[in-house]
Design a protein around this ligand. Structure first.
Ligand SMILES: Cc1cc2nc3c(=O)[nH]c(=O)nc-3n(C[C@H](O)[C@H](O)[C@H](O)COP(=O)(O)OP(=O)(O)OC[C@H]3O[C@@H](n4cnc5c(N)ncnc54)[C@H](O)[C@@H]3O)c2cc1C
Length: 481
């Protein structure tokens, strides 16, 4: 068994790389771990796709991260401390409502003054937050297995206006999802737990804050950040996967596409890859699949059909990420803010726009504004049928109504990246599917999943899960010895 790997990690997106980094760091020279990361594409990063040209720098996938403790530790550990950059956390976020950009109220006084909600809408939200909330009930709910959608939950707790004007655009921003399909408990677990804690969301939030475990001890080497801050790296998000890849050196193989997995009688797995040098096989005691659900479903179908069918039920809508540059003279006023989200029903097809060069100013040459718009998602599957020129026309028309002067010229198109299957949807039944997956995996000892369909899609969630899975894998390996 000398050539047998301890761990094979399939996929070099942020999930696989965080896990590999943690395993690599955990192993001591006294007990080194034999690990291998294999990636089907010719580059690392998965969804993380930073591009540069003509003095512009832009992201085609994730745009920034919330600086969670684990993500910050990872960045510092791989030598990126001096490369970290943060957008001004006071930059407002806007919602386009009835022809105007309205700032999203971030504090109770701002909520009182906000023009985004009517006076009755604010009162409704206040009463709901204080606990004057009806029970979840109705025929539809029983048809849904007793589970509320995001739309039902927030309408019940905070009223229709908050749902339509704040929650729905937020849901577009994170999941490109449909609030009438997303499960409240799966997509907003922390919020629904607060409500369950009793007495409405305000009391629930206070109770949860009391129960929250003490903060991790402050590590003087890790830059401290404040809530609401958004981070990146001077050279873009791809700096992080690339730094981890350098650390892994020859423990990482690019263009190695996993095609088949087989368990052996020795409690190991044989993995078969198609590579530029032909078919390759490796044997490993543990395997971690960080591939998207639809890929993992195919790989596990012959080994564990129940896990496979639960994974197949996960949907990923199509989203186009469109990065356009305009001369500043074409933009209405100075764009100072994070960007704007657009609730449905406002006659605008684009889901939202990040004012990229306002957020991170060095990313466009002087005199230019870059705008990253997302269009498509769970409520607009037609987007996948348009060609890039048509998609640019749709986005440019929307931007002309919201951010540009009426005579704005055609933009410089930096990218139209069509993500055919963008973000996993935590729809009704998601938590049950995860249980089915967990149970099914019991019959495949040493097989682990670690991907963004398991408890959070944000980059910080992926890093946290990578670290957690690394502990589980090394405990399993120790118990096998
Ligand atoms: C358009 C868009 C915008 C987003 N914006 C943000 C944002 O601003 N902030 C944020 O925090 N999050 C954002 N997200 C979410 C976040 O980017 C993802 O959840 C995260 O990057 C997922 O990482 P992952 O490693 O789990 O999966 P992936 O990045 O999908 O990595 C999986 C890897 O597996 C590889 N692979 C697949 N099949 C095989 C095979 N058979 N053999 C070998 N390798 C294989 C793939 O090539 C890929 O590299 C966004 C996502 C998208 C799509």
């Amino acid at each position: 068994m000398t050539n047998v790997l301890d761990t094979l990690i399939v996929g070099a997106g942020i999930s696989g790389l965080s896990l590999a980094h943690a395993l690599h760091r955990q192993a001591t020279s006294a007990s080194p771990l034999k690990i291998l990361v294999t990636e089907g594409q010719g580059r690392v990063g998965g969804n993380i796709t930073t591009s540069t040209a003509g003095g512009f720098l832009w992201e085609e996938g994730p745009n920034s991260f919330s600086p969670t403790a684990e993500l910050m530790k990872l960045a510092v550990d791989v030598g990126l401390k001096q490369e970290l950059i943060f957008a001004d956390r006071k930059l407002p976020r806007y919602v386009y409502w009835q022809g105007k950009l309205q700032p999203v109220p971030m504090t109770p006084p701002a909520m009182i003054q906000s023009k985004l909600l009517s006076f009755p809408g604010k009162l409704r939200a206040l009463f709901g937050a204080l606990g004057f909330v009806g029970p979840a009930m109705g025929d539809r709910l029983s048809q849904q297995g007793g589970e509320e959608t995001v739309s039902q939950f927030f309408r019940r707790h905070l009223g229709t206006e908050v749902m339509q004007r704040l929650v729905e655009p937020f849901v577009s921003g994170v999941y490109a999802g449909d609030p009438q399909q997303l499960s409240a408990a799966a997509a907003f677990g922390r919020v629904t737990k607060m409500a369950d804690a009793g007495g409405g969301l305000v009391a629930g939030a206070l109770l949860s804050a009391k129960k929250r475990p003490q903060k991790m001890p402050v590590d003087a080497n890790i830059p401290q950040t404040k809530p609401g801050e958004l981070g990146s790296f001077k050279q873009g998000l791809k700096a992080l996967p690339e730094a981890i890849a350098s650390e892994l050196a020859d423990r990482l193989k690019l263009n190695w596409h996993l095609t088949r997995l087989q368990p052996t009688e020795n409690k190991t797995y044989i993995a078969e890859f198609s590579t530029p040098d032909g078919q390759k096989q490796v044997e490993a005691r543990t395997v971690v699949l960080t591939t998207p659900a639809y890929v993992t479903a195919e790989l596990l179908e012959p080994l564990q059909p129940e896990v496979s069918s639960a994974l197949q039920a996960l949907t990923y809508p199509t989203v186009a990420s469109v990065v356009l540059a305009y001369p500043l003279s074409d933009v209405k006023g100075k764009l100072e803010g994070f960007g704007n989200l657009i609730p449905r029903g406002q006659g605008i097809r684009t889901l939202g726009t990040i004012w990229t060069s306002s957020l991170f100013p060095d990313r466009a040459p002087a005199g230019w504004q870059t705008l990253t718009s997302y269009i498509g998602g769970a409520t607009d599957s037609e987007i996948g049928n348009l060609d890039p020129e048509q998609i640019v026309r749709e986005v440019h028309r929307d931007l002309s109504r919201i951010l540009l002067k009426p005579d704005a010229a055609q933009p410089k198109v930096l990218t139209v990246h069509l993500w055919k299957r963008a973000i996993p949807q935590y729809n009704l039944g998601h938590l049950q599917r995860l249980q089915q997956i967990e149970k099914g995996l019991e019959s495949l000892p040493g097989m682990y999943l670690c991907s963004n369909y398991l408890g959070g899609v944000a980059l910080g969630d992926c890093v946290r899960r990578g670290f957690e899975r690394a502990i589980e894998v090394s405990e399993y390996l120790q118990n096998q010895q």
